[in-house]
Design a protein around this ligand. Sequence first.
Ligand code: UD1
Ligand code: UDP
Length: 377
Amino acid sequence: MRPAFVFGTRPEIIKLAPVVRTFLERGVEPLLIHTGQHYDYEMSRIFLEELELPPIDHHLEVGSGTQAEQTGKAMIKIERVLMEEKPDVTLVQGDTNTVLAGALASVKLKIPVAHVEAGLRSFDRTMPEEINRILADHASEVLFAPTEEARRNLEREGITENVYVTGNSVVDAVLQNAEVAEKKSNVLERLNLKPKNYILITAHRAENTDSRENLTRLVEILESLPMHAVYPMHPRTKNRLMEFGLWERVEAIENLTVTKPLGYLDFLRLEKNAFVVMTDSGGVQEEAIILNVPCLTLRYNTERPETVKAGGNVLVGLERERALSYLHRLMEDGDFYRGMALARNPFGDGKAGERMAEILLELHEKGELKVRSSRFI
Ligand code: UD1
Ligand code: UDP
């Protein structure tokens, strides 16, 4: 059995690492294909190093571009590698352009696709990620849904076969790395921060950064924060702030520390010790509830509604008054703070990676790991 992993961005490396590791422990050597969607050291290589992944077999160096340029280039290059290597299954994770390219290239070569984190829906088709995840799910043969809610989303679209509720491998990643992070990372000391005394911010989504109006609203929130804040900034956001002439305003905010994107160990330690997290990231919404840190999400919808239902996450959008009123309440009302912080993690027990690898090995052994002509027989 030879599984191929296609990945290209920071969150894919983080969430696929536990699955790669399980295969290696079972004596199965995976084929690692990196599209190069993310290419800066701190967006890619640092994660390969920290998570101790084996060397990448194929670097495709696709880089940045428009949606179609990036997806198209990745498809062409992935197809070449898959034709040459003929793996038994292609694993993709999440909802990036890399995922869509990997899923389409693979299924058309009749190499079955296993989609890690299948069934998430924001129900907002203006997001590139929503299109990617819907299409990837429909191209996939094996669907690893992190929660029952994700499974139900797939069922509503007629996908009921080979759907496995495994939990989310982000829990595996957090459990495998949080203690290491406490020991190895000196980020709090470096940035002169005290535990539970700062807000951690990340925001990079296209809908928040690509329009001047929305990015200005994000800056206005940053300008009025009532507590020291740290913002490890995605290159997309930095580029847009400069382009829209907003960077000087961010630099002038006294109680805000902006850093480059951080490695996983530094970031996990920052998250675990934050008073509250404000983010538009998918993975950070998940990690906050796993680490018992309240989360205010800078979006109007989420494909992780489980976090909101559990009480650990509130959607504040880019509404400054709403964001501030939650921040003040968290600072002033201990019971409210504890209620959010102690919300139950809905993403499983940290064994998702093991489950996924075992399911694929079993399907392969039974000769059932193949692209069927119909899902419905
Ligand atoms: C992508 C995903 C998004 C995911 C995010 C993870 C899509 C459509 N979006 O968004 O779902 O949340 O990755 O972080 O796939 N850039 C650099 N250096 C890099 C990478 C990017 O400078 O290493 C800059 C470039 O200017 C690039 C921009 O960031 O144009 C956006 O990168 P891109 O890969 O298109 O999308 P992300 O915003 O990273
Ligand atoms: N992350 C990191 N360093 C950072 C910001 C985020 O290691 O500076 C990690 C974070 O812990 C999470 C993942 O990157 O596991 C989330 O990635 P991102 O927000 O880029 O993408 P999304 O999850 O929104 O697709």
